[in-house]
Design a protein around this ligand. Structure first.
Ligand code: SF4
Length: 227
């Protein structure tokens, strides 16, 4: 299930990503949804920056990127109905929900999408884009490709993603972003990794050099010191 990276230590917050994913999928088999956390904040990245959003982080991932700073171990389990209720309780009049992870397409979220749409929410997903599109009705699909970490982008996303977001640390990451946007032609953001000043400068220069191809995304929630 999990593509590990040979020869590189895994530095992520989930100490054993394969075990965390096995646990998440075991929960899913019981009909419950394995969740890390639910919180209400502002979308900090990409095209939807600044919009109030309820985030649902699902447990488990199909990759184990060495730079991953996300803990995707199961912390809570919900029935679909209970999770929808909790989203409504936390979000109040907020109209956006973002499914993130880990990798949210590992879960069956069809019924949750139906319930939330019926309640008037718009739904975003943040995915690494490796698994086939799950077929749920989604309003905003954000792909953060992780090809160097062992995954091949599924072609559906090249035709249909709302936006691509490439995390950039160095020239090689930037080259992948440019290769990606020249291939799929979708709205594409370069996002400096962890506000590293050298990466910020690299991204700003790249957007100025390729103004019709790239946009800058900053992790504004980190500037604001909110989640
Ligand atoms: S795809 Fe995302 S959540 Fe999964 S291991 Fe990589 S960085 Fe972490």
């Amino acid at each position: 299930m999990v593509a590990t990276i040979s020869g590189k230590p895994y530095l992520g917050a989930t100490l054993d990503p394969a075990e965390a994913t096995r646990e998440a999928m075991a929960v899913a088999k019981t009909g419950l949804l394995p969740v890390v956390e639910i919180f209400y904040s502002l979308q900090g990245e990409g095209q939807r920056t600044g919009q109030a959003t309820v985030f649902v982080r699902f447990a488990g991932c199909n990759l184990a990127c060495e730079f991953c700073d996300t803990d995707f171990r199961v912390k809570e389990t919900y029935t679909v109905e209970a999770l929808a209720d909790e989203i409504r309780r936390i979000g109040g009049s907020c109209r956006w929900v973002c499914f993130t992870g880990g990798e949210p397409t590992l879960q069956d979220l069809q019924r949750l999408c139906d319930l939330l749409h019926a309640s008037g929410y718009r739904l975003q997903i943040e995915t690494n884009g490796i698994r086939p599109h799950p077929g749920w009705q989604l309003d905003h699909v954000t792909v953060s490709p992780k090809q160097p970490q062992g995954g091949r982008l599924h072609p559906w996303y090249e035709e249909n993603a709302s936006e691509f977001k490439y995390v950039v640390d160095d020239d090689a990451d930037l080259a992948r972003a440019l290769e990606g946007v020249r291939t799929h032609g979708r709205m594409t953001f370069v996002q400096p990794n962890a506000l590293n000043p050298a990466a910020v400068a690299l991204c700003v220069d790249a957007v100025q050099t390729h103004p019709t191809l790239l946009r800058l995304s900053l992790q504004t929630h980190k500037f604001l010191q909110i989640r």
